[in-house]
Each structure stands twice: as C-alpha cells, then as structure tokens.
Ligand binder design. Structure first.
Ligand code: ADP
Ligand code: ZN
Length: 817
C-alpha cells in the first residue's frame, strides 16, 4: 500500500497538495508536523501535514517529500479546526491562514542563515553528537546555511537538529532581533551638592523668599527626604508640592536641584508586588457576579463598563478563577493598547504566568511564546496579545477576553486572511466550549445588537472606580468663536482659559486632533492647484518639522515647494491642521509648558511610544498632543483636561460607520480625563455643536446613539442588519479596472439584484499606482451566507478565466470595515 500526506503550503493555493511518503515515514509523521517539500520547478517550501492517507492523487504524480522537520506536531487539531473556519468564513486559503498563524522562524526556507547565540553559555556535554557538530562549526564560521549544516552532519534531515538547537537557545536563525524594552529610567531629584553645608543652604532659602513657589518645592523636598530617606521622584515632588514641572526645571537649571536617573524595577519590584493585590469594589463585585451568572446560560457576555470603571480588575479576577483549574486564558487587546502599562499590571499580579504576543515581538520571541502555549507551560498560562494571538496553539483554553471589542483594528485589512479577531476569538472559544467576555465602554453596534437580541449576555458597570464623576463635556461652537474673534490660531478662548487653569494647578492636558502633519492641504490661492502624490490620487500633507510634503498612503515625500508648480506664483497656502501645528501653537501660547506629540510620525522608533507614555506618566510632559493613538486604554492619573481640537472631520468621513466611530473615539478620548480624584473636563471644539452625535457624546448617551444609528442601518441595509462582502479590483491600468469591475458587478447583479452596490471608486482611488474599484454585496439575514459565498467564488473563477482580466487582482473582504 502506498502512503501519502496532504499538506498545507504557505501560499495562496485553493487546494491541499499531496506528497508521497515511505512506510517508515508514515509511521512517524503526524498531522501538525512540518515537512519540507519540493514545489514547482525548483522551490522548496515548509509545509504543514494536514492528513495521512492512501489515496493516490488522480491528476498529478505525487512527489516525495524532502525532509521531516519536526519530532512532534507544532500545530494542534484545535487550530486546524479554527483555520478551516477562517478559510471558509473569510474566503481565503488554508495556506494564507498558515502564513498568518506561524511565526516566520517556523517557516524555514532554503536561504535561512543560522548564527550562534552569544547570550547562551553552552555546556558541551549537554549536546547530542549532531548538535555538537553544528555548534563546533559555528566557532569557525560566524554563520551557516541549512545546506552547510546538512553536509556537516551528513544527514538528509538537518532541520530537527536546527530546531533542537533553537529550543536550547544555542543558535539564532536570521531574523531581525529586536532588543527587549529596557526597564524605564525614572527621574529623581536631590539638592545640588553645592548646598551641602548649612550656611549655604540658609543663604539659598533666603534668596528664594522672593520666589515662593520655588521655595515651597524646596521645603517639600526636605520634608519628603526627612520622612523616609528614600530617593525622591520628580513626579512625587510635583504632586506633593503642587508645582509644575517648569518650576522643577528652573530649579535644576539654576543648579539648586540636581537630577539623576534610576531604573524603576530595581527600586520598585517589591513595592509593586505588594500593591498589586486589590479587592473589587461593590459595584465591580456585582458586575463580576452578573457575568458568572450570565455565563451559566450564555457563551458570550458583553461587559459595558464606562471608562475607568475598572474593567481590567474584573478581567483579572475572572482570569484568576480559571487559573485554579490549570486552564489557559487568552486576553486580546488592540495592538496599540498593549502598552507596558497594562502588561506590567498583569505581570505584577500574575507574575511569570503572563506571556505577551504581538507584532512588534521578534520572530524568536514569538516562537518562544508559541512553544509555551503549545506545551501548556505555566509560563504562558495567560496570553495577552493583539489580533494574531488568537492563532496560537492553545491546548487547554479556559477563557477568552476581548477588551475594547469595538476597536476596528481587530479586523485585519491586508493581506489575507482578512479576519476579525473578536469574531475569530469567539469561534476559538466555541471550539474549546468555553466562555468569551467582550468588554468596552462603547460597544460596537454589532455586539450591543447581539446583546439586545439575547444572543449575548449583557452586564453594565456605570460607575467609575473611586466614584470619580464622569468627565464634564462641553461643546464649543467654533463658528461663533470665529465670528466674535475669540480664537488664537486653532484655540478658542475657553480652551485657553481651561488650559491655563489646569497647568497652574499642576495637572496635565491631552489635546486630540485626528490628523497628523502640519496641514493636510496645501493649495495655491491664485490658481487653486494643490500638490498631489505622483503614485496616489491624494493631495500631499505638509510636515513642517521636516519641511516636507508627504503622502500618507504610500510614504512618498519631497521637499516643500516655495512656488506653485502650476502657476509659478508664491501664493501657496495651507488649509486644515494636524497634530504638528497644534503642538507648535501650544508652545507659542504656553511657552513654559512642556509639550510633546504622539502620532505615527513621532512613534516610529523602537519603543518611542512607550517612552512617550513613560515621560507623560512621570510628569515630564504637561501637554500631550496626539491622534487616536491617545485613546486606547491609557490610564494616566494626572490628566485633568482633554481638548478635542476639531470634531468635524471625523463626523464627515464618507463611511457608514463614521458616526458610530466618532462617538466611540470621542467618548474614549474623554475617558482619559479625571481618572483618579477630581472630575475631569473635556472641551470639544466644533462647527456643528448641534450635531446629534456630539450631543450624545456630551451627555454620554450611548443608547441614544445606538437607536439612532440602528435606524440608519435598518433603512440603508448595513451591518449588523445586513452582512457585507466587499470585492475590490486592483490594477495599474485604469480601463482594465473599470471594465473588469463592470463585468463583475453585472454578474453579481444577475443573482443578488438590488443588493449589489457599485462598482465605485473609493475616495482615494489610486494608491501606489494601483487603481482600486469596489463592489459591495449586501446579504440579508435570511439569505444563506454559504450559498452567497459559493456564488461569488464561481463568478470570481469565471472572471479570472477571461483573458483580459487575468491580471486584475480581486480581493474578497467578508464583514468588511
Ligand atoms: P477601565 O479599563 O474600565 O477603563 P481600569 O481597569 O483601567 O478601567 O481602572 C481605572 C483605574 O482604577 C486604574 O488605575 C485601576 O488600577 C484603578 N482601579 C480600578 N479598580 C480598582 C480596584 N478594585 N482596586 C484598586 N484600583 C482599582
Ligand atoms: Zn502616495
């Protein structure tokens, strides 16, 4: 009898591929192991064994496999089940899911290069013979290829050795190796040494009598150091003496105080462990009880808890309760919310049991987490991660938590699989027959609708921790302010007054503007021309900091032009404003305040995002200007005021979700204000203060927003009432895209009639020299999703068999955003 395996190749092939194996191999191989296989004329791929059988393929001759790469499976049967669901539901191939799921280091390819890991000390006697040979060779050569190793150990199958050496951390495969985030340095102050003698000190205090604020700081420093002889943090001093950081800075500049830096964890590790214990408040306990109650007859429960109500604490207690059963917990968060802040909180509480998994991790770190999860190791009993963590090889999952479930970044946009991590997580929980908790202060319409339909349980928590009041939200009419000349730049007099008071009280400010750069539109006042990106159909944004014009779609940039390219006059003017301009204006209005900016441009560097957050937390920044990056799960204690510079551009965004999203974004950013003691203040500047969404935001009226938006979704046939599949056609040739899209839409219309929208060019119809055109298929609840997809696939197949259209790329996006 002949033996065969079907494998998944990490490429977008619709079918599994069959290879032949020997009898001995058949006894060894199990589904979920990797094998390397020849494909096409000369390629070698790492493939995953899907099944083992005896059916010879009918239409091609099965080739032999090249090597077996594992000794035990690295992909579990639960994962196969999930992969299959993803491939079916999101209309992609298993190979695409495999690519997304496996850390790159698992997909060793023929050019992989191996290095010695100098961080590990190796005891020769711990090595098997073949391992030793490779290890030895790396003393003479800095790197080896897989071919090299094959000939060194004189075996056809080098990869198990490589894997073992990787597991023992003796070698590294070529990958970008990111350094781990170094523990942050905290700023401390002490009296400058020139005042060490009593006499000089007396003198100093007298000279400061004319500077009462500075004197107050100094006196406070003395009391603090006398009290517990500990180093004094700048942030502590600021808080205790009610001084601004500008005052501290001037004392340092005058060499009265001296700053120095220490690593936090060296000092605080014991302290934070102690503080990590907490008890739930009565409200939180009630919410937790309700969740457990709901779980008795619901698999999924939505926790709708206002910002700063302590949802995280509830998650932690829930996780704790499943840990005693030795099960694994998955805690999903949007990428950007995975700050050290939250990770630290969990690690302080759960210690070594917490593993973190997200895209900024190096491939090696990801392999480590993968193996821990696969082996059900206690080191990854709690996995906290972004989208792709849902694809880890859980063995004994006990609970899934999806925090900030409304976040659009849970949906992968490109490349395939275009999966929604929240929905996939629910499916994963389903496979393990365990519960899912979704959490948000501003649930997605989808989830809240499911709760209303009793498909999900619903638990509400409407009080903030410590009974801090919800922030007071005030709308400011920009039209009126302009008319009455009450504006300085983009700041209304109200905003300036509130900022002044906040800074004087030593509190911090967040300013939100949903555009980066200096000004998004540069336009000639004489001829109306505005500079365009040569690769995309979009105007370029002015970035003053670099004196550049940049494209936000493809990254194209050029030095700022002085005269109009069209008419030649120097009458270029800029319209609109971004974070860079806000930052600049703050510096002019408040020269004493320390301003920083948090957006894509300022956080490109490794850990620059974390550094900004640390600095803000330490009180080294008074005013933080930023884009929506600021809205995700950040917990700052000292922010009193949040200013939204302009709420209008997001409300006017051409998308059926624009209103829902604006509501979520504004409530979330408002939620950063007044989280600890006093009530926070939020000022929203707008030209449309009577806009329903803004009214709903200012009264925290989620239900009002929900009902109004749901009416629209009903009337215009959008989710969650209808499902959507978006079909995008892409090609360099405008005409090809046009005729192709017409053909496609016409075929769809024959079946789905009025439920087909388009084809339509999106607002930016050319990106990186590719034209895009979209067709939308709306699917009523009572229409079979499976049949609809089958029909679309059929049409797509006929489409690509038309010679003229073969080169047009078709992208299918199920539940598109
Ligand atoms: P949410 O996620 O709902 O916005 P958080 O979980 O971040 O709220 O809680 C807000 C703040 O209140 C955090 O600083 C948190 O540490 C604190 N907090 C919440 N509940 C408790 C509790 N039971 N004991 C101590 N601190 C708490
Ligand atoms: Zn561009």
């Amino acid at each position: 009898m002949l033996n065969f395996i079907d494998v998944i190749l990490p490429i977008p092939l619709p079918n599994l591929f069959t290879y032949s194996i020997t009898r001995a191999e058949a006894e060894f191989i199990k589904p979920g192991m990797r094998v390397s296989v020849p494909f096409g004329k000369s390629k070698i791929y790492t493939a995953i064994v899907f099944s083992i059988h005896n059916q010879e393929p009918l239409i091609y001759e099965a080739k032999e496999i090249h090597q077996i790469l594992d000794e035990t499976p690295i992909v579990s049967r639960y994962q196969f089940e999930l992969w299959q669901w993803i491939a079916d539901y999101y209309m992609c191939t298993l190979g695409e899911v495999m690519r997304a799921a496996l850390p790159n280091a698992f997909i060793l390819e023929s050019e992989t290069i191996i290095f010695r890991n100098s961080a590990t000390t190796v005891n020769d006697s711990d090595l098997k013979d073949d391992e030793f040979l490779v290890f030895e060779a790396l003393h003479h050569q800095t790197s080896l290829t897989i071919q090299d190793i094959t000939s060194i150990i004189d075996k056809k199958n080098a990869l198990p050795v490589i894997k073992r050496l990787m597991d023992k951390e003796i070698i590294l495969v070529k990958e970008e190796v990111y350094e781990k985030y170094k523990p942050k340095l905290v700023r401390y102050v002490k009296l400058h040494k020139q005042y060490a003698t009593d006499g000089r000190l007396q003198e100093l205090i007298e000279t400061l009598s004319r500077a009462p604020k500075q004197r107050e700081v100094l006196m406070r420093l003395f009391t603090l150091s006398a009290k517990d002889h500990k180093p004094i943090k700048v942030s502590e001093l600021i808080q205790e003496s009610n001084a601004s950081s500008a005052i501290i800075k001037s004392l340092v500049d005058k060499e009265i105080l001296e700053e120095y830096y220490l690593q936090t964890d060296r000092i605080e590790s014991n302290e934070s462990k102690k503080n990590s214990q907490f008890a739930l408040t009565n409200y939180q306990t009630e919410a937790l009880d309700n969740i457990s109650q709901n779980f008795k007859n619901q698999n999924i429960t939505l926790l709708k808890g206002v910002t700063s109500s302590g949802k995280t604490e509830i998650y932690m207690k829930l996780i704790e309760s499943i840990l005693v059963t030795n099960k694994q917990a998955l805690y999903l968060l949007p990428e950007i919310a995975l700050t050290t802040q939250l990770v630290q909180r969990l690690q302080d509480y759960f210690g070594e049991k917490v593993a973190v998994y997200h895209s900024r991790y190096s491939s090696n770190e990801r392999v480590e987490v993968w193996n821990h999860v696969l082996n059900n190791s206690s080191k990854a009993q709690i996995v906290i991660g972004a989208r792709s963590a849902v694809l880890l090889p859980f063995q004994n999952l006990g609970l899934v938590i999806v925090d900030e479930e409304h976040e659009q970044s849970y949906k992968q946009f490109d490349p395939a699989p275009r999966y929604h991590a929240r929905d996939t997580a629910i499916m994963l929980a389903n496979i393990f027959k365990v519960k899912t908790l979704l959490g948000s202060a501003t649930p997605s319409l989808e989830s809240f609708y499911n709760a209303q339909q009793a498909k999900y349980g619903l638990v509400e928590l409407n009080v903030r921790y410590n009974d801090v009041l919800m922030p007071d939200i005030e709308l400011i009419d920009l039209k009126d302010k302009h008319k009455r000349k009450r504006m300085k730049g983009h700041f209304s007099d109200r905003l300036i007054t509130e900022m002044t008071e906040t800074l004087e009280a030593g509190n911090q400010i967040i300013l939100f503007q949903n555009r980066r750069g200096y000004s998004p539109i540069v336009e000639c006042q004489t001829c109306g021309h505005s500079p365009q990106c040569p690769n995309c159909d979009v105007s370029l944004t002015y970035h003053q900091y670099r004196d550049q014009l940049r494209c936000h779609y493809c990254g194209y940039n050029t030095v700022m032009i002085k005269t109009c390219e069209a008419c030649g006059l120097n009458t270029l003017d800029s319209k609109g404003f971004g974070t860079e301009q806000v930052e600049k204006e703050v510096s002019t209005l408040f020269p004493e305040a320390k301003v920083a900016r948090m957006d894509l441009d300022s956080t490109r560097g490794k850990y620059s995002y974390e550094k900004l957050i640390d600095a803000f937390q330490q009180g080294d920044i008074d005013v933080l200007v930023g884009t929506q990056m600021l809205t995700k799960g950040l917990d700052f204690r000292n922010v009193k005021l949040v200013g939204v510079m302009n709420a209008d551009n997001m409300l006017n965004f051409p998308d059926f979700r624009a209103h829902e999203r604006s509501f979520q974004l504004l409530i979330q950013v408002s939620g950063r204000a007044g989280r600890t003691k006093e009530r926070g203040k939020v000022l929203i500047q707008t030209y449309n203060p009577y806009h329903n969404i803004l009214q709903q935001v200012s009264t925290n009226n989620y239900l009002g927003m929900y009902h109004e938006q749901m009416d629209d979704r009903h009337n215009f046939k959008y989710p969650p009432i209808y499902r959507l599949i978006k079909i995008t056609l892409k090609h360099r040739d405008y005409n090809k895209v046009n005729t192709g899209a017409d053909w496609f839409a016409k075929s769809l219309r024959m079946l789905f009639k009025e439920h087909v929208l388009g084809p339509e060019f999106p607002p930016v119809s050319r990106i990186r020299n590719q034209y895009h055109k979209n067709i939308l298929v709306k699917i009523p609840k009572n229409q079979s999703l499976t049949k609809t997809k089958e029909a679309i696939i059929k049409i797509n197949n006929s489409f690509s068999s038309v010679k003229d259209f073969r080169a047009v790329r078709v992208i299918l996006n199920v539940d598109s955003f």
